[in-house]
Design a protein around this ligand. Structure first.
Ligand SMILES: [Zn+2]
Ligand SMILES: [Zn+2]
Length: 83
């Protein structure tokens, strides 16, 4: 049995599992949600977001994405109905 530090809460725990990363199912679940892979809305690349609310893989993509979004908003003003 080896000792590990939980990647989520930092607490020390012991496990028989060599690949153990979390002290409990709760920490595992939280980590999964928090560090879930996301697809960048700009380039489509998969990345691990640092924030649950992030949408882009990099600052670059975020800048481009934001620019595109504001351009979308402008064209919305002359809106052509889709339906
Ligand atoms: Zn933990
Ligand atoms: Zn990207």
């Amino acid at each position: 049995m080896a000792q590990y530090n939980c990647l989520m809460c930092g607490q020390e725990f012991k496990s028989y599992n060599e690949n153990a990363k979390y002290c409990s199912q709760t920490c595992k679940g939280t980590a999964y949600i928090k560090y879930q892979w996301k697809k960048c809305e700009q380039c489509g690349e998969e990345y691990k977001p640092r924030k649950a609310s992030s949408k882009y893989c990099s600052l670059e993509c975020s800048n481009i994405g934001r620019k595109n979004k504001s351009a979308d908003k402008q064209s919305d003003c002359i809106s052509v109905p889709f339906e």
